[in-house]
Write a protein that binds this ligand. Structure first.
Ligand code: SAM
Length: 218
């Protein structure tokens, strides 16, 4: 895919409209909306498809994977309540768009992808846009124990259950956001680590993600 980093009036205008659409769909967090308004989502698309970049849709990024729908990105990010300096783990780097949103909010981001071609592509492209997370290649269903604990963990693929290993990598008071369900649909689940062995779990709306594949996954 040929990347072109040009952000002209048409894309800027489309991005503003996307922010208004997300507001009308219930996204309220001003910082999340600011980040969506800032990150050029068309940079993650071949120029031929720039017309699709600010529609509220998921879109193929190769290797059978997708860049998540903007509403889903905003919804998960809002749940995470990122504060500047939070140490955040993202499982499923994919295109890197969600990673840029988290970095815009001031996260110290660790992001892991299991598909080598996506990992290589994102690792090259994001620094060109000025975004520098810590990149990892591997099975994110195991978390990244050597860098734990994390303030926040976000899983951007659908899991069959909440992996115990991830919970153990949350700081006390930390939050995990993970879609859990079957191959067709998942409920968004948030888990707050309230104490050493105490977890508060809330089930929210239904989404459809590509599967989380790995040792503690499908
Ligand atoms: N956050 C991404 C974005 O902004 O484009 C969303 C990408 S897509 C919906 C989910 C990603 O999770 C895919 O790139 C897929 O390869 C990856 N994935 C699936 N299972 C994984 C695992 N066990 N570890 C790391 N990445 C995984």
């Amino acid at each position: 895919m040929a990347y072109k980093f040009v952000d002209n009036y048409r894309e800027k205008g489309a991005r503003k409209q996307l922010v208004e659409l997300l507001k009308s769909r219930g996204i309220q967090d001003k910082e999340v909306l600011r980040a969506i308004g800032k990150v050029p989502r068309h940079y993650f698309f071949d120029e031929t498809f720039w017309g699709q970049a600010y529609k509220d849709i998921a879109f193929p990024i190769g290797q059978g994977q997708t860049i998540s729908q903007p509403y889903t990105v905003a919804y998960q990010t809002e749940l995470l309540q990122i504060k500047p300096g939070n140490k955040v783990l993202e499982i499923g780097t994919g295109s890197g768009y969600q990673a840029c949103i988290l970095l815009e909010l001031g996260a110290d981001l660790y992001t892991v992808e299991r598909q080598e071609r996506l990992y290589e592509r994102t690792r090259k492209v994001l620094p060109h846009m000025g975004y520098r997370p810590h990149f990892f290649l591997g099975d994110g269903s195991l978390g990244i124990p050597q860098h734990a604990p994390f303030d926040k963990i976000i899983v951007t693929a659908g899991a069959p259950f909440v992996p115990e290993l991830m919970l153990k990598q949350l700081r006390i008071g930390g939050v995990l956001v993970i879609p859990v369900g079957n191959e067709k649909e998942q409920k968004m689940v948030t888990v707050i680590r309230a104490g050493e062995n105490e977890y508060d779990k809330i089930e929210l709306d239904t989404f459809r993600f590509v599967p989380l594949l790995g040792d503690q996954a499908w």
